[in-house]
Design a protein around this ligand. Structure first.
Ligand code: PT1
Length: 283
């Protein structure tokens, strides 16, 4: 291993990510669909097959989420969330070679999924729930801290900033300080600007444009914009027609130094990342 690699390798439980290059994180939602209740086994089986397809397409992380955090989404109970997420984490860990990220704010879900093979805690609430800092610290896993104000249910009610990029940076710096105090060192932290969380279209675009400023915090950046309303609003597209806008943002985020891209469309995004790498490695 070279010196540069030793600076960018991030241990994620039983696997390691080399953050010298951009990784694609595939989104796996395990929120129940009340219209197609095919029973527990077939849901689990369908989730595993979806994860398998994303890994075959080049995803090096799978983000498993049991709580919707879209604008206006309602909260779920910790037990309900654990019952959705734990079986799929266990199954993916057994069947696939991939880092399992768990999209959760719930301390019990952090502790239990870490035991079952999760490699990364992805918390849109930046470990602000009671007990979350201690739970995340106890797992020893890396943590993705994301910027959001309020809760998904009310975050889009008139968000306001003087300077969105500066305020997002200040928020993330403060959460890193809280993490350090709880025993989560900076080396274990990934940062996320939180596109679509408590931000207007103009906030999202400005934050995206000035994303490089967040490199001053010294940690790898994760970006999640796949199919989000910022694309819909900028291009006037419904959710099913946001792929090309999302790929443009994926390329731009990667050029701006983002190290993990959280996406639905893994194969397409992997092509974007590989194409950029091919040009980057030319003479
Ligand atoms: C994200 C993210 C996430 N996004 C991380 N985790 C979601 N680390 C869930 C819309 O405006 O960006 N980073 N987990 C999904 N959340 C949203 C938010 C989905 C906004 C859609 C919108 O359409």
């Amino acid at each position: 291993m070279t010196f540069a690699q030793s600076l960018t390798r991030l241990p994620c439980g039983n696997r390691v990510l080399d953050l010298a290059h951009t990784h694609v994180m595939g989104i796996l939602n395990v929120t129940p669909d009340s219209f197609s209740d095919g029973g527990r086994y077939s849901q689990l089986d369908a989730a595993l097959r979806h994860a398998e397809v994303m890994v075959a397409a080049g995803a090096t992380l799978i983000d498993v989420g049991g709580e919707s955090t879209r604008p206006g989404a309602r909260a779920v109970s910790p037990l309900e969330e654990l019952e959705r997420v734990a079986p799929i984490v266990e199954l993916i860990n057994r069947e696939l070679d991939v880092v399992i990220s768990v999209d959760t704010s719930t301390p019990a879900v952090m502790r239990e999924t870490a035991r079952l093979g999760a490699g990364l805690i992805n918390d849109v609430r930046s470990l602000q729930r009671d007990g979350a800092l201690d739970a995340a610290a106890a797992t020893g896993l890396p943590v993705c801290l994301m910027h959001m104000l309020g809760e998904p249910g009310d975050m889009q009610d008139n968000p306001h900033y003087q300077d969105v990029t500066r305020e997002v940076g200040e928020f993330l710096a403060e959460r890193m300080t809280q993490c350090a105090a709880a025993g989560i060192p900076a080396e274990r932290i990934i940062l996320d600007p939180g596109f679509g969380f408590a931000k207007t279209l103009q906030h999202n675009l400005s934050l995206f444009k000035h994303m490089e400023a967040l490199h001053a915090l010294g940690r790898p950046l994760l970006v999640g914009v796949s199919r989000k309303s910022m694309i819909g609003q900028a291009l006037n597209r419904p959710v099913g027609e946001r792929l090309h806008g999302g790929l443009a943002l994926a390329a731009l985020a990667s050029l701006k130094g983002a190290r993990i891209l959280r996406v639905h469309d893994v194969a397409e995004t992997v092509d974007v990342v590989r194409m950029l790498a091919a040009v980057e490695s030319a003479e």
